[in-house]
Design a protein around this ligand. Structure first.
Ligand SMILES: Nc1ncnc2c1ncn2[C@@H]1O[C@H](COP(=O)(O)OP(=O)(O)OP(=O)(O)O)[C@@H](O)[C@H]1O
Ligand SMILES: [Mg+2]
Length: 368
């Protein structure tokens, strides 16, 4: 199945398409972005990810932007740029960071977003804002629900559906009201209706990777559900997805949380920085949903639509069923043997790794 990558040559949408989408993006010149970011000054740098660096900038009208400057070292990176731009241009939702524009001049490939003044969830949980404790329980619940709603849009409303493939704390940005904006669709692939998964190359961040994705390269919506479960546990507990126990051993957050949850000791799982200020019922709900999402068997994970419903506490019946799930009766260590334990200190797969191919691939697999 071929998708037209509309902007890879620096061309915009035609008028008809623009009208339909009411797109609010535009093409930026390199000169304008140089001047906005003080020539990509080191002091403007917000951080660096797998595909390049992100810089803070200010446009002539005073508005603040974040510019992702891709390291263009191969045609492959060029493809990622084109994919991300096209996906972002399609997507408009209150909880998804939308594209403000792009620039493709010479060797430079840049993507322009609105600057999110409260940075990422990562910076509040484990980074420069972690000591300030700005994330009270209410904000955390809003972030959980908001980011879940953003992913629901990708999985169920966007046409064709979009698998994010890199859901993690640095990709959940926070606006001035601390509302979640899920960012970075650079890893996402468009999947056509009817396909259950695409077999593809593994990209993502250790600690968040679903086992079937890490081992078989099978990307599907349920891989995102798994990563979202890890994110939820991180949000509630303030712990990292992989905790370093010694120089060679790391423990997955689920291995720590599941036995405690099975004993019903939810208060032991909550972030101590909340000083006991949280809603018990909501904490229990978040932890159980997180664990049901981050179980090893993809077929047993809920959909993101169900996750939103559960997080909002809309259905008592469904919550009762969740509470009585066999996972919380007798935890099997195998349920959490997710293959993401590492002993090399690296949390990011920067190079593509060929997955072990399945012997039999599903019919009509577009990844072939
Ligand atoms: N629009 C934005 N506003 C504020 N901070 C941003 C914005 N976009 C990105 N950042 C921050 O800049 C840093 C680098 O982002 P980048 O997406 O390149 O890397 P990453 O999220 O750590 O990894 P990945 O490449 O897997 O997405 C991150 O800390 C991210 O939260
Ligand atoms: Mg990112």
């Amino acid at each position: 199945m071929a998708f037209r990558l509309m902007f890879c040559c620096g061309k915009g949408l035609d008028r008809k398409e623009q009208g339909k989408k009411q797109a609010t993006w535009r093409v930026f010149s390199l000169k304008e972005l140089h001047s906005a970011t003080n020539n990509f000054n080191y002091d403007n740098k917000l951080g660096e990810g797998g595909f390049g660096s992100v810089y803070w900038g200010q446009l002539w009208d005073g508005s603040q932007i974040a510019v992702k400057r891709l390291k263009v070292w191969s045609n492959k990176a060029d493809m990622e740029f084109a994919v991300e731009v096209e996906i972002l241009a399609r997507v408009r939702h209150k909880n998804l960071l939308s594209l403000r524009g792009y620039c493709a001049e010479g060797q430079e490939r840049l993507i322009v977003y609105d600057y999110m003044p409260n940075l990422s969830l990562l910076s509040h949980l484990h980074g420069q804002h972690s000591a300030e404790c700005q994330l009270d329980w209410n904000r955390r619940m809003n972030i959980a629900i908001g980011s879940a709603e953003g992913i629901v849009y990708l999985h169920h409303r966007a046409t064709p559906h979009i698998i994010h493939r890199d859901i993690k704390a640095s990709n959940v940005l926070l606006d001035s009201e601390f509302q979640a904006q899920v960012a970075d669709f650079g890893f996402a692939k468009l999947i056509p209706d009817g396909a259950t998964h695409v077999t593809t190359r593994v990209k993502g961040t250790l600690g968040y990777l679903a086992p079937e994705y890490a081992m078989l390269g099978k990307a599907s919506e349920s891989c995102d559900v798994y990563s979202f479960g890890i994110l939820l546990l991180e949000l509630a507990s303030g712990k990292k997805p992989l905790e370093k126990l010694s120089s060679t051993v790391k423990r997955a957050i689920t291995d720590w949380a599941l036995p405690v949850a099975c004993e019903g000791k939810f208060s032991e799982l909550v972030d101590p920085r909340l000083n006991g200020k949280y809603v018990e019922e909501e904490l229990k709900r978040v932890v159980l949903i997180a664990l049901i999402c981050a179980q090893s068997r993809p077929e047993k994970r809920p959909t993101m639509l169900e996750v939103v419903e559960l997080l909002k506490g809309e259905s008592k019946e469904k919550f009762d069923a969740l509470e009585n799930d066999e996972l919380f009766k007798s935890p099997h260590p195998a349920d959490y043997n997710d293959g993401s334990r590492v002993d090399d200190g690296s949390d990011f797969i920067s190079e593509e790794k060929e997955p072990i191919r399945e012997l039999k691939e599903p019919e009509g697999d577009p990844g072939k």
